[in-house]
Design a protein around this ligand. Sequence first.
Ligand SMILES: [Zn+2]
Length: 525
Amino acid sequence: MTMREMVDRLNEYAYRYYVLDDPAVSDAEYDKLYDALCALEEESGEVLPDSPTRRVGGGLLPGFEKRTHLAPLFSLDKAQDMEALLAWRQRTDKLIAELKLPRAEYCLEYKFDGLTVNLTYEGGLLTGAATRGDGVTGEGILEQVKTIRSVPLSIPFKGRMEVQGEAVMRLSVLEDYNKTAAEPLKNARNAAAGALRNLDPAVTAARRLTAFFYQVGYIEGKTFATQREMTAFLKANKFLTSPYQKMFADMESIKNAVDEVEQTRGTLDFLIDGMVVKINDFATREALGNTQKFPRWAIAYKFPAEEMTTTVEDVAWDVGRSGKLTPTAVLAPVDIAGVTVRRATLNNYEDILRKRVKLGSRVFLRRSNDVIPEILGAAPGQDETALREIEKPANCPACGTALAEVGPNLFCPNSLSCRPQLTSRMVHFSSRDAMDIESLSEKTIALLFDKLDIRDIAGIYTLTKEQLLAQEGFKDKRADNILNAIEGSKHPPLANFIYALGISNVGKKTAGDLAKNFHTYEAIA
Ligand SMILES: [Zn+2]
């Protein structure tokens, strides 16, 4: 295979995986070809401009360069409620009648809550990328954008053009990232914006962003008649487009569709903060023109704020793997963005004091931007006499040991026999990125601890089939599954083993780096 063929094939695999969500090959097959390409590039000293190896990011950048967009990026007029949306429709209808234009068809799309990016392609290659900036000039972020796997580095269209889209961090990716991050990210929007406006493309790459494209802002040698046509062009050129684009002829249907999305947006894997309504036909757009600030042919409907108030009924202190106590507020159930919220994090005792949260307090709560709902603070003007202080625990709620204070946090120092510390260490040890003992669920581990006195990792490896079969709910098959999984975990990749040890501050990435450095178990020992 020539280098050109290898690059084309890898890019096609990435397109199938990241854009179509329909993988053509296994990860192992992809990696094998990728490694072969790396070797060939090394050997020949040549790297094609759209080689996937360019997505890795080549070290710290000196700064952001200003980039002037080929065509200015417009911002949209906003409708804060349904009445404002209806008023917009009436204004455009009146103009359409005056100008004797055909009856309008409306295109409804998600309004993504991420960072707007404007990409430049020339000769079929991605040659530039910028933030929105003031709409005329933005900051160059080409190396950062290249790390977004769903963004094509080369496209079939060969003319010069600019496409606009929104870069986002999927909520599942954020959650995954936070499992091992030294500093967890709170908010998918800021995580995406911060990743792209970071001078180290390796940081951008680690956040595994994606980007949805919806607009060709500038193009040479091609015209579009409708939004539908433009979207089809974007798809044909391998861009990931919005998963939601629907056409409507009347306002009642638009209103119903907006309501439906608003009710169910909590189930999406990315953040949206509203819906965009655009007139589909470009001749009509042109005839309607712009106001001083906005195009008249589109409007952004903003969902109402996602902050709600509810009452704190109780506070539960959970003991983690490191012995750290984390307070979780138990709330009167409240619906936010279609999801019922019953618990929210309070980080630590200092956080409780700072936010003036007490038992019975009405608190502001924010969800959807955050993985775990967060209490923003107590609502003002409450009858303080009806509230009770949240007590700072003196002893571990699980084992009764006197707690130690380290900075703003409380710790249970009984690391040798405090039940939640021991069980969560075992859960961590068997997790997928560690020893990958799939059938050892949290529930099973709790049972092993309580009934069989399995208290640590070594104990897991002493389990016998007789012991398991003596437990309620264990039949031959389930016991075999567990024992086979334990047996199968005895020779894990080195990185997994290091991670499994659960050393503080050694997350998945550090474990991988250490493994690369040491190569073998012997070298570490
Ligand atoms: Zn304890």
